[in-house]
Design a protein around this ligand. Structure first.
Ligand code: ATP
Ligand code: MG
Length: 334
């Protein structure tokens, strides 16, 4: 950090020095230009007076030679002014761009740190609890019921690990080599099943699903779209209120554009964070103070998969509180 401060100070000093130098050079050029003009016109005047062509200063000012000299002098003055302005402007733009890049670099470093902290935690805690269960099995004779309970806990932890590793792999894949494997999907049934599964997983949460009468069929990648829906719904649970209500709406407009909307009544997302949450590893808040678990990969994956389906995802505020994610997918070509 201290090095950063020193670097900033140094660069500010250099910029300051350059500005002063430009100002000084401009003033110098201005005066030299004027001196040159005065000297030239004086020389011409003396010559013309000697030849008897002009009598007074006023006569001389009327001559073509003087007019030309003056015009050139004025032009050069403007040139100097223009060039210094262009120089200063490019300096300012350059400094602004460098500064912006620098700040982005710092933010990216912070994100990587966040990611490393959260991923370490996320990987280590399930491994630690599975290890503990296995150690208990070795050390102690346990009743069947006890064994059952410990085993199902350990299984849950392996699920968590599995999800995490899947997310990591999927994120690496969507970045480089993801091409949706297109199948015909009946969206009503597809979303209905996912919501039912999550309802079983989170009995306390109130899931709603509004769908049109007619079937909505698309060509899409089942694995990818499952990950989209699960990520959005899991987020809605994770960042939900005390008594979470999550409403999913599926609809298709006259033009065939399909909309999938997931609305929650949770903590919401501040406006200035809204366009950042789709970045890889980005999580709102700070790793040291945050209580929810996660890696910040979820919405990155969601966005990439939606884009690969030529769709778009938007995030809005829900009222009175919470967040709405809205996915629109283009009409079927078929
Ligand atoms: P992961 O999904 O990889 O386990 P994550 O949930 O933190 O981790 P994302 O799903 O990418 O990561 O979400 C990024 C951030 O956006 C979250 O950390 C959270 O701060 C915010 N966020 C996402 N969904 C919601 C929501 N429904 N309500 C409020 N905040 C949300
Ligand atoms: Mg998530």
């Amino acid at each position: 950090m201290q090095q950063n401060v020193r670097l900033r100070l140094l660069s500010n000093f250099v910029i300051f020095f350059m500005l002063i130098a430009i100002a000084w050079w401009s003033v110098l050029l201005f005066t030299k230009n004027r001196d040159a003009f005065l000297a030239k016109s004086e020389l011409n005047k003396i010559g013309m007076v000697a030849e008897g062509l002009v009598q007074s200063d006023r006569d001389f000012f009327q001559t073509e030679i003087y007019q030309k000299l003056e015009a050139e002098y004025k032009r050069q003055e403007w040139m100097i002014l223009g060039e210094s302005i262009v120089f200063v402007l490019s300096l300012i733009v350059g400094v602004y761009l460098i500064n912006r890049g620098y700040n982005q670099e710092i933010a990216a470093a912070q994100q990587r740190r966040n990611f490393l902290l959260s991923i370490t935690h996320e990987l280590k805690s399930p491994i630690a609890s599975i290890k503990l269960v296995l150690e208990t099995f070795i050390k102690r004779e346990l009743g069947a019921q006890h064994i059952n309970q410990l085993s199902s806990n350990a299984l849950k932890e392996t699920d968590r690990l599995n999800d995490l590793v899947n997310d990591l792999l999927l994120a690496a894949k969507v970045e480089t080599a993801y091409v949706p494997y297109l199948e015909t999907i009946d969206l009503k049934q597809f979303l209905g099943e996912i919501i039912e599964r999550l309802q079983n997983k989170y009995p306390a949460v109130e899931f709603g699903f509004r769908q049109p009468e007619e079937a909505i069929i698309i060509q899409g990648d089942k694995a990818g779209l499952t990950s989209v829906a699960v990520n959005l719904l899991e987020n809605a649970v994770k960042y939900g209120a005390e008594n979470p209500k999550i409403a999913t709406v599926l609809r298709q407009n006259e033009k065939g554009v399909i909309n999938i909307e997931v609305a929650d009544n949770g903590i919401g997302i501040p406006d200035k964070e809204k366009n950042k949450i789709f970045e890889r590893f980005y999580r709102v808040g700070n790793e040291d103070t945050r209580r929810t678990k996660g890696t910040g990969l979820g919405l990155y994956i969601v966005n990439q998969i939606v884009l690969a389906h030529k769709g778009m995802i938007q995030v809005m505020n829900n009222r009175p509180r919470g967040t709405i994610f809205n996915i629109s997918l283009p009409a079927n070509d078929a």
